[in-house]
Each structure stands twice: as C-alpha cells, then as structure tokens.
Design a protein around this ligand. Structure first.
Ligand code: ADP
Ligand code: F6P
Length: 483
C-alpha cells in the first residue's frame, strides 16, 4: 500500500511522469509537460480514469512527494545522478534505443548500466505494487521498463499486467546482440498481454521467444513454464497508438489557432509553400537526410526562398548522450551552411527552432504548413504525422511520410518516401509540393477518416480490453503462486 494507504484500480508506469521538473530562467523550479509521444497519448487517456502514474520527475536526486495533477495521482520515482547516467542515458538510450532502432548508431554494452537498469526497474515495480488495488490493472510502458512486468508479478500475483512498447521491437538478429536478451524476454513475459505498434514488432518478439528460449508460440500467443513450474500463456499483438483526434480537431478550429497560423505564414513572408518538420532532435528521425535533400533542391533551384520556406522544429532531447550531441552539432552546422548559402537579408532559407512549444502553437504550425516532412529512418509510430492530419480540418496540407514509421502502415494515402534514397526523397517532396489540389484533398480526407476512427481513446480501450481478456491463469496456478 502507498504511504497514504490509497490504492488505484489502474496504475500506469512509465519512465517519465507526464510533467517534468525543470529549472526556469529565473532559477525557480517548475513543472512542464514532458516531451515525447508517450505522454501526449497517455495524458488524454488518463484524464478519463481515476488512476495513478508512477514515473521519474526528470531531475536527479530525491523524488518530490506524490501529488495530484489533473485528477491523476503522480508518484515520482527517484533516480540518483549515477542512475540517470547508467539506467536512462546509458542502458535505455545508449544500449536499447539503438538496438531497437536498427542500430542506426552503434549500441554500447556496459554491465554497470545493466545493473542500474535492473535496480531502477525494481524500484518502479515496488512503487507499482504499493499503489495497485486488489486485482487491479497495471499498465507498464516502453523499453525503459522491460523487467517491471515480471517483478510486479512476483510482488503482486493478483493484478493484471499489460505492457505497451512505443518503439519498434527489433528483429531477433539484432535483439540477440544484447548480452541480457533472455532476462529481457523473461521480464516482459511477466505480463498478461504485450502490445506493439506493428504486427512485425509483435512477430519479432514472438520469434525471440522461440529462438532464444525455445518457447512454443501459436498465433499471437507464447506458452511456457514460468516460475515454480507454473504454465503460462501470454498474448503479444499489434495495437497501434494514435492521437486525440477530436481534441486536436477542436483545438485547430479555435479562432486563436487559426489566427496564429495566419500570423506564422505572414511572418515568414507569405510563402507559396510552407514546408515543416517537427521532431525530437533524435538520429532516428532522419533530420540529416531531410536537410540534405532540401539543400540539394535549393542548389538545383527546384525550391527557392522566399517562395518556398522550410521550418524545422527540433525539440531538445537526451542532450548529454554523445550521439545526440553529435547530431545537434551536425544539424546546426548544416542549417548554418544552408542559410549562409541560400538565405537573403530578411529571408532565411531554413528556419530552425530548438524549443518546446505549447500544444496550441504546435496546432498553429500544423495548420500553417502546406507540406509536413516526416522522414524517420525508423520510428515506432510517429504521432506528429497523425497530429498533422487531425489538425487539417480544412482538408488542406500534404504529408510526406517515411515507410519506416508505424504511421506508414495506416496512412496509405501519404506521399511515401524512403529517406535513405535522397534522390527519391527529393522527388517525393516535389511531388507533394506540386500535387493538384484535388489529389491532396482526397488524400487528406481519407487519412483524416482513418485517424478519426482509430483515435487514442480507441487505442487505450482496445489495449485494456485485450488485457482484461488475456488468457486466464488456471486455478491451480493461482493457488501455487499465492499459496
Ligand atoms: P517521439 O515519441 O519519438 O518523440 P512522436 O512523433 O510519436 O515522437 O511524438 C512526439 C510528440 O511530441 C508529439 O505529440 C508532438 O506534438 C510533440 N512535440 C514534438 N516537438 C515538439 C515541440 N517542439 N514542442 C512541443 N511538443 C512537441
Ligand atoms: O516512445 C519513445 C520515447 O522514449 C518515450 O518513452 C518518450 O515519451 C519519448 O520518447 C521522449 O524521450 P525521453 O523520455 O527520453 O525524453
């Protein structure tokens, strides 16, 4: 039980709380919305549940006291400075993130990082076990917490445990590089239901169960003998995440957002075409490839500012991890080079913004943009693509979308690109830019229908229903586990 003794029917565990403790410019400490798609999605889901959220506050040291925010009980988990380096920057983002994203940069393996990962996962599991009501539901998120399902099962065999992976799950040939691959699979198999973005991700996981553990899989289930000889069946299937379509659609229609979109265009010199990129500054997002393609289009005169203007919003991310530092230096160097060569007084060729913005500003940018460039080399879903579609109530806009995103498997009418193929990417950008109005509108209408029908509320209901319907544990097994 929690220190307050209060327990919850639904407990969410994610590396980050929905709010992040940051130091403001005046030195005061403030709570700000946490970065990333996980928080965007779960925020709107949790507003409909009376639940608890276990996560890290975003700063090293002692954890703040639990508090209530937007009707949600938030339970901060402490991370020491060493754990921040070893569990978060190290194992989560230096080891797992590259392996789970096609090794776009090499993965680093350190035993100390793994020990910290185990220790922090246990801390999360203990907090969850304290807060979950009898026979409650526990929903664990993402690659940072893969050991939590089995740890919670040990502590609380009465609860239902689900896990959702917001990022891709790698092919077994890459996953097998991890020295701790078997322990990770065992950690996940503590859950009753495992959700993935794509069918291929679920298949990759099931293949890892077969290849690394010789467990039997059938359809989307894996059967195995668990702790104390207990027979268990776990389901692993695809439930792609989405956005709050109604909320974004309504926000984008507000007079403030519509006026701000107009103002953005005016301040950019009312270009014929405004191209936009919105990403965390992450090497998986294909920002370098996008800039290269754009620079070549400028060189060839296929685009020419101020007729065409490109705005790249790059949210600060994982700034102490080497690969992210290098990416930032490279991107900012290239932005400077492009502007030096192609900019004119009063007209930048490329606007680069390294900031976080409120939701209304993001919506205004989406409404203002004629073409959104989503070019990741690998991305679990890419909610930005779906947010753009949800905000285009006017039926305008064109989406250039990488085939290596989860969103590609749903938004078939987008202008599809392979970001590794720079020539092809350039042609796709030009095609989107020059597409006849009718073609763009038809595409946007179809994509809006898809996102409206498959919104984040439906994603959450589908996940929780699948978890509730997960194979029941036999009575004999329950007696053994609890006895
Ligand atoms: P990831 O989870 O890898 O960051 P997604 O595209 O799935 O990628 O989700 C990113 C989320 O972060 C979206 O909800 C998007 O609106 C939000 N976001 C991206 N850039 C910014 C920014 N500069 N300011 C505020 N929110 C942002
Ligand atoms: O889903 C990818 C993810 O790692 C999420 O866990 C998180 O919402 C987002 O990216 C942002 O990353 P971080 O929490 O490391 O800043």
């Amino acid at each position: 039980m929690s220190t307050s003794g209060k327990t919850f029917d639904l407990v969410v565990a994610a590396n980050r709380l929905p709010v992040d403790r940051v130091v403001a410019s005046d030195g005061s400490k403030q709570w700000r919305r946490s970065p990333g798609g996980l928080v965007t999605a779960m925020e709107s889901v949790m507003s409909e549940h009376d639940g608890a959220w276990v996560g890290w506050s975003g700063e090293a040291g002692d954890a703040p006291e639990p508090f209530v925010e937007n009707g949600m009980y938030l339970r901060p988990v402490p991370l020491s400075e060493d754990e921040l380096q070893q569990y978060y920057e190290g194992f989560s983002n230096g080891t797992l993130w590259p392996i789970f994203h096609d090794v776009i940069v090499p993965a680093t393996f350190h035993r100390q990082w793994w020990y910290a990962y185990e220790r922090v996962n246990r801390r999360f599991a203990e907090a969850v076990a304290e807060l979950a009501a009898d026979s409650g539901t526990v929903w664990v998120h993402d690659y940072q917490l893969q050991l939590v399902p089995a740890m919670v099962r040990e502590l609380r065999p009465d609860v239902r445990i689900g896990w959702f992976n917001h990022i891709p799950f790698p092919p077994v040939e890459l996953f097998a590089q991890l020295p701790w691959r078997k322990a990770l699979v065992e950690g996940l198999l503590g859950a009753d239901f495992l959700g993935f973005q794509r069918v291929a991700d679920a298949h990759n996981f099931l293949r890892a169960c077969r290849r690394l553990h010789a467990f039997t899989t059938r359809g989307d289930t894996v059967s195995f003998t668990g702790k104390r000889g207990v027979q268990r069946v776990v389901r692993a299937s695809a439930i792609p995440i989405s956005v709050d379509f109604k909320g974004l659609d309504a926000l984008a229609r507000t007079p403030e957002v519509v006026a701000r979109a107009q103002q953005i265009r005016e301040s950019l010199g009312n270009p014929a075409t405004l191209l936009l990129g919105v990403d965390r500054l992450d090497y998986t997002k294909g920002i370098r490839h996008r800039l290269k393609a754009y620079a070549e289009l400028l060189t060839e005169g296929a685009v020419a500012p101020p007729r065409e203007v490109f705005v790249q919003v790059a949210t600060p991310s994982r700034e102490r991890v080497d690969a992210y530092r290098e990416l930032r230096a490279e991107v900012e160097g290239e932005v400077g080079r492009v502007n030096g060569e192609f900019g004119r007084i009063g007209h930048l060729a490329l606007q680069y913004l390294h900031h976080s913005y409120p939701r209304s500003e993001m919506a205004a940018l989406y409404v203002a943009a004629d073409v959104l460039l989503v070019t990741p080399l690998r991305d679990g879903m890419n909610l930005v693509a779906k947010e753009y579609v949800a905000c285009r109530h006017d039926g305008g806009g064109a989406l250039v979308l990488s085939e290596f995103t989860g969103a590609f498997h749903e938004l078939h009418q987008a202008y599809v690109c392979n970001p590794h193929d720079i020539e092809g990417l350039k042609q796709t950008i030009i095609r989107a830019l020059k597409a006849p109005e009718g073609e763009r509108r038809r595409a946007m209408k179809a994509m809006r229908r898809r996102v409206a029908d498959h919104d984040v509320q439906r994603w959450a209901s589908r996940f929780l229903e699948a978890l509730a319907a997960a194979p029941e544990r036999p009575v004999r097994q329950l007696a053994e586990v609890t006895g």
